[in-house]
Design a protein. Structure first.
Length: 277
């Protein structure tokens, strides 16, 4: 069952990736500052490495953890008698809240930021940025999700749906996609939109430290981390980290070594907006 769910999720993710890549080309929101080819080679290589790392984790991945929890009667939902539909909805909401908390922590804890800045160093933001995460962060993130699943005890299907939605929404809200302003205003009442999440990838620290949500838009408003628009506007805002405004973030091995370099890059990046090299 786990393998079939994973195969279905992969197929849907690839399909959405292709659709968004085409839509980005036709309806771009922001002009690129770097050639797409070099960035995409690096980001897609990272996707492959991350996928291998997750595959190797097999037995301790989140869906497998859900199966183990159900089999051994572990977690909240295996100890209380909720209707199945309510358990499913609560699992999606609670897991999404946990991902919001995780994201905030990656910006607050220096060790985690050292890994997470790999994601933020990308100088353009598009559908490939959604899956540009350092392999070490991917492994730690999966361990975190698996621990949550053991505590909550949702069904493997609920975990599959959550993981799929998280992946699909991440690709959507990282896409360099222009939406009609009225549609964006309506949509962001419920889910995170590309314009909303793009603010989070600004070089301005007060903007970087906002809009942490991946799927549900409620959390940023509820916890006071919501920023509606970048101060410089979407056309003029600078993406990435101030100290890495060069071609290096598009280089594979430089990027992979970034967390282990002497850390200039932190969540306390200067708030001045600089012109890219």
């Amino acid at each position: 069952m786990t393998d079939s769910l994973a195969t279905s999720g992969l197929a849907l993710s690839v399909l959405l990736f292709v659709i968004l890549a085409v839509l980005e080309a036709v309806f771009p929101r922001k002009k690129r500052v770097m050639p797409r080819g070099k960035r995409w080679r690096t980001n897609i290589f990272i996707i492959i490495v991350d996928s291998i790392a997750l595959r190797l984790m097999g037995p301790i991945a989140a869906i497998a953890a859900a199966g183990y929890a159900v089999q051994h009667d572990l977690g909240l939902f295996n100890r209380v008698d909720f209707p199945l539909w309510l358990e499913f909805v609560l699992a999606l909401i609670l897991l999404d809240l946990a991902i919001y908390v995780q994201h905030v922590l990656t910006h607050r804890i220096p060790l985690l930021w050292a890994l997470h800045k790999f994601h933020h160093a990308d100088r353009d933001i598009d559908v490939t940025t959604a899956v540009r995460f350092h392999p070490v962060e991917i492994i730690l993130s999966m361990l975190y999700k698996s621990a949550l699943v053991l505590l909550l005890g949702p069904t493997p299907f609920a975990v599959f749906v959550f993981a799929l939605l998280l992946n699909l929404f991440a690709m959507f809200n990282h896409a360099n996609l222009r939406l009609p302003p009225s549609f964006d205003r309506l949509l962001r009442l419920f889910v995170v939109t590309p314009d909303m999440h793009r603010v989070h990838h600004s070089t301005v620290v007060k903007e970087t430290d906002s809009n942490f949500g991946f799927s549900i838009a409620l959390w940023d408003r509820l916890f006071g981390t919501y920023t509606a628009q970048p101060d410089a506007g979407h056309d003029d805002m600078i993406i990435g980290l101030t100290e890495y405004q060069s071609d290096h973030p598009a280089e594979t091995w430089w990027s992979l070594a970034l967390p282990f370099r002497g850390s200039k890059g932190s969540q306390s990046v200067p708030e001045t907006i600089q012109t890219p090299d």
